[in-house]
Design a protein around this ligand. Structure first.
Ligand SMILES: [Zn+2]
Length: 462
């Protein structure tokens, strides 16, 4: 959920309450206009949609492992932020059988990744509405310059890793990192298969006549759609606690070797990162190891997914650091992706520094010696096709953080990390917000510093 819009909606609801639901106010003519088809992200302009703000997703999905198909209904509760004659969702999933808005049949059509919905009556700004989309068939992953993403098939089921644009492969969404919402999952599968998702396991229904049982998971803190996950298949599940909250990890039995540290090291890393970054932002943690390693690990909220199993302990440190930097403090625009990847990579450096390895400064020095192509993109604006570039975004992002630490000193730097995580908890932020906070806490003019590190395709002077 977008905080500022939620606050606005409270005021507008009072106006809407004086009018009949979904009808123009009696006082005069009310104009209803279409919501925009995107939110204008510089890298993914069609992601997300204008005119409303999602509060909750309810995903009900029945999975048939024989043909990898689903029979699903996603119900979205949202608040209009303009008078809407129609609105869009992002959806590239299988055949739709019907769309209801506030329980009434709505007309719809599909246009590329856009699902365009026209409710029987206009929706007044400030009013809360539901939209339920029913669909069935076999979802397919989305593929673009950043790789395969979304619904990823396995031999015995599926797992989901959707950054940046794959959520629309399996559920209709306002698929912008800027519109966070809570999620409920009601996932049905044959009872010999395990079902995992984000958040807490809140119940399992007994099997029906077909041998399917429904497993309930809840993500109670706001989550961007691309961070939603689901894993169905044969899993070894471990349940424990860390800091009083559930730690649920699972691995495909074929990944037992790669996953031997997953459970205990997840608990260890969360405890260590809580000391550095402040309170863990969600009410449970864990990890899921599945798939063949053909995609990279992803920081799916509260429970990262490790394709092919964790490659090493530092990968677990990285994905869990994203719980603070990327998930709780989300980017509003993909151009700022270094705020996620630079900080998570820097967490790996700090972990090594504090556990008998090289210092973060030594790792920085090793990379700083590099020449040529290492410096050829802009860390703060790498371009859509290069937004996950190892050198420009991960390594030079972490180098930016280390260079900042050197410039402002440990006494300002470590409180800055905690303040950043706390002030933007469960929200979204921009590079400009980070620069402002760093300047405020350090009392230094840091614009030239960040310009050199983020917005030049050249090696900065140190
Ligand atoms: Zn990462």
């Amino acid at each position: 959920m977008v905080r500022s819009l939620a606050a606005l909606a409270v005021g507008l609801t009072l106006i809407a309450a004086s009018a009949a639901p979904n009808a123009p106010a009696a006082a005069g003519p009310v104009t209803f206009l279409p919501g925009s088809e995107g939110m204008g992200d510089p890298y993914y302009p069609l992601q997300g949609n204008g005119g409303y703000d999602v509060g909750h997703y309810d995903l009900r999905l029945r999975f048939d492992p024989d043909d990898h198909s689903v029979d699903a209904t996603t119900t979205i509760t949202a608040t209009a932020v303009q008078n809407l004659s129609r609105f869009n969702l992002d959806f590239s999933g299988p055949q739709i059988s019907g769309v209801l808005v506030n329980g009434a049949q709505a007309s719809y059509h599909r246009d590329g990744q856009e699902l365009v919905i026209t409710p029987p009556n206009g929706l007044l700004s400030g009013s809360t509405f539901t939209v339920a989309v029913s669909y069935a068939g076999a979802p397919k992953a989305v593929s673009d310059a950043t790789g395969e993403q979304g619904w990823l098939r396995t031999e015995d089921g599926v797992y989901v890793a959707s950054q940046p644009d794959g959520a629309r492969s399996w559920f209709p969404a306002n698929d912008s990192p800027a519109d966070k919402a809570t999620f409920s999952f009601r996932i049905s599968a044959p009872e010999d298969l395990a079902v995992l998702a984000n958040g807490e396991h809140t119940g399992t229904d007994s099997a029906d006549d077909d041998g399917y049982r429904t497993v309930h998971w809840e993500m109670k803190q706001p989550m961007a759609p691309y961070l939603a996950t689901l894993a169905i298949g044969h899993f070894v599940v471990n349940e424990g606690t860390v800091g009083g909250m559930p730690n649920v990890t699972a691995y495909d039995p074929s990944l037992a070797d790669e996953s031997k540290d997953l459970h205990d090291f997840t608990a260890k890393a969360v405890a260590w990162e809580t000391g550095l970054f402040g309170p863990y932002p969600f009410s449970s943690t864990g990890g899921i190891a599945d798939g063949d390693g053909s995609v990279t690990a992803l920081e799916t909220q509260g429970r990262p997914v490790y394709s092919g199993g964790p490659s090493d302990d530092l990968e677990i440190v990285h994905e869990l650091a994203h719980q603070w930097f990327g998930d709780s403090v989300g980017v509003r625009s993909w151009r700022d992706i270094w705020l996620n990847e630079g900080f998570a990579t820097y967490a790996e450096w700090l972990y090594q520094e504090q556990h008998g390895g090289p210092s973060a400064k030594e790792i920085f020095d090793e990379h700083y010696r590099k020449t040529g192509g290492f410096w050829h993109l802009k860390t703060g604006d790498p371009g859509q096709a290069h937004m996950f570039d190892e050198n420009a975004v991960y390594l030079r992002g972490a180098m930016t953080v280390q260079a900042l630490r050197t410039k402002i000193g440990d006494k300002v730097f470590f409180p800055l990390l905690k303040t950043w995580a706390q002030q933007n908890r469960h929200g979204t932020a921009t590079t400009a917000d980070f620069v402002s906070l760093a300047e405020k806490l350090s009392g230094q003019n840091l614009r030239p510093f960040f310009d050199a590190w983020l917005y030049q395709a050249a090696k900065p002077r140190v």
